[in-house]
Design a protein around this ligand. Structure first.
Ligand code: ATP
Ligand code: MG
Length: 421
């Protein structure tokens, strides 16, 4: 008996309609916001993530699935979606397209983490990226796209938390202040934070250890240290959201796990699924395209964790649209009748009517029972009499009534009866 690897989860046939619904919500959001899909490989050269995600992040330091392929190249299963999309944007010369370039992805992602509720080793993200626009309107549009997606999924009680982490200029100033504050307090912090202190002090604000959180609660806030341009940009983003009634709070401790963010960062957070409450995280990454070898190109995006979203939908009683059931089950008495049923089924399907026939050589009675379990709306049983007369009774399974129909008219009948066709 071989089990699935730790931290992975099968999507079973009886559950997959929920996933399809979430993906429909994502695609519908993308359609409304004019985002076209990008599909990139599941694995990339390791170097892409070292540079694109950043060597000081947990993702790169601890969580990547990296291995050598048989040609001796180091490759890595994508731990997130952005780096691959940016690589593709550059490699395919997309900076010469009319700007902005707006794209989305739905992708598996892989991180070697301690599995728990809402945290897996293979998980899935819906993400969007908007390239080329530096305006605060682009930030607002991306945030509204995230909020539209979450609303479509039917979840409530998620709050939007917003911050600005400035540009490399004001951040350098801020890092100095932050380090001055933290230096005398380092002894009380976790070993991760002590090593972040030199390499990437901002990340300390993101630490989830209680002890570290207590200390950083009193730290200077980056929003108080922004340069004029960054401050004006952040004010504009906030006002674009406010005037449209999009509620948010500024949370100075949101810095995002990944290195490439500049200016606006945001998260949509829920308190209803425990500690792993961030369902969607995003922000601006104006430096990333250039740092991966492209022309300087401002960009902004988000990624939503679909397992967490599903958890939240289930925990808060969101009703998923019902699964498609067979409109009709065509039962057959014996081999000859089953062959006719089989042909009728094929022609129904060719006409867009979902239907089922017996594959188990069951008795007609057992076929009726099975059809009921499947939730078929109608059952038509074909026996010798039906072959002779060319007519069959179509039984409505919900009220037990039946109607006599010409064998060649079953499709028409189902289409008229409507539901599910
Ligand atoms: P966290 O703080 O929870 O570790 P993160 O900052 O590492 O999240 P991002 O890299 O921004 O997360 O990824 C975007 C989204 O993907 C997260 O908000 C979350 O919903 C989801 N996500 C991240 N890691 C996992 C995981 N291991 N399992 C399931 N979902 C995840
Ligand atoms: Mg993480």
């Amino acid at each position: 008996m071989i089990n699935a690897p730790k931290g992975t989860k099968d999507v079973l046939p009886a559950q997959s309609y929920k996933w399809q619904y979430i993906e429909d919500c994502a695609r519908e959001t993308a359609r409304l916001f004019g985002l076209k899909e990008t599909r990139t490989p599941v694995f990339e050269h390791t170097e892409l993530f070292l540079r694109g995600v950043g060597e000081t992040t947990d993702v790169v330091n601890k969580e990547m699935y990296t291995f050598e392929d048989k040609g001796g190249r180091s490759v890595t299963l994508k731990p997130e979606g952005t780096a691959g999309v940016v690589r593709s944007f550059i490699e395919n010369g997309m900076s010469s397209l009319p700007m902005p370039v707006k794209t989305f992805y739905i992708t598996p992602a892989f991180r070697y983490e301690r599995p728990q509720a809402g945290r897996l080793r293979e998980f899935h993200q819906f993400g969007i990226e908007v390239f080329g626009a530096k305006s605060a309107d682009a930030d607002a549009e991306v945030i509204f796209a995230a909020s539209t997606f979450l609303k479509k999924s039917g979840i409530k009680n998620v709050r939007l938390e917003l911050n600005s982490i400035g540009c490399p200029d004001c951040r350098a100033e801020y890092n100095k202040k932050l380090k001055d504050f933290l230096r005398p307090r380092l002894d009380g912090m976790c070993s991760d934070c002590r090593s972040r202190f030199d390499k990437n002090p901002l990340r300390i604000l993101d630490c989830k250890e209680e002890g570290c959180k207590k200390i950083t609660a009193g730290a200077p806030k980056i929003v108080d240290c922004l340069c004029d341009d960054c401050r004006a940009h952040f004010a504009r983003v906030q006002s674009l959201l406010s005037v449209r009634g999009e509620k948010f709070e500024v949370n100075p401790n949101i810095v995002r796990g990944l290195d490439y963010y500049t200016r606006t960062v945001f998260e949509f957070v829920s308190d209803e699924i425990g500690a792993q409450g961030t369902v969607c995280g995003g922000g601006r990454y104006d430096g990333l395209v250039e740092s991966l070898g492209g022309a300087p190109t401002p960009a902004i995006g988000f990624a939503a964790g679909l397992e967490r979203l599903l958890l939240l939908m289930e925990n808060t009683g969101v009703t998923f649209p019902e699964e498609q059931k067979p409109v009709i089950y065509i039962a057959g008495l014996d081999e000859k009748c089953r062959a006719v049923a089989f042909d009728i089924a094929l022609s129904l399907r060719a006409n867009g009517v979902p239907c089922e026939v017996d594959l188990m050589e069951r008795s007609v009675k057992a076929q009726f029972k099975y059809a009921d379990k499947l939730g078929a709306q109608f059952v038509a049983a074909i026996g010798g009499n039906e072959l002779e007369t060319g007519f069959v009774d179509i039984k409505n399974m919900s009220d037990g009534t039946s109607e006599r129909v010409n064998l060649s008219g079953i499709c028409e009948y189902c289409k008229k009866a409507g539901a599910g066709v």
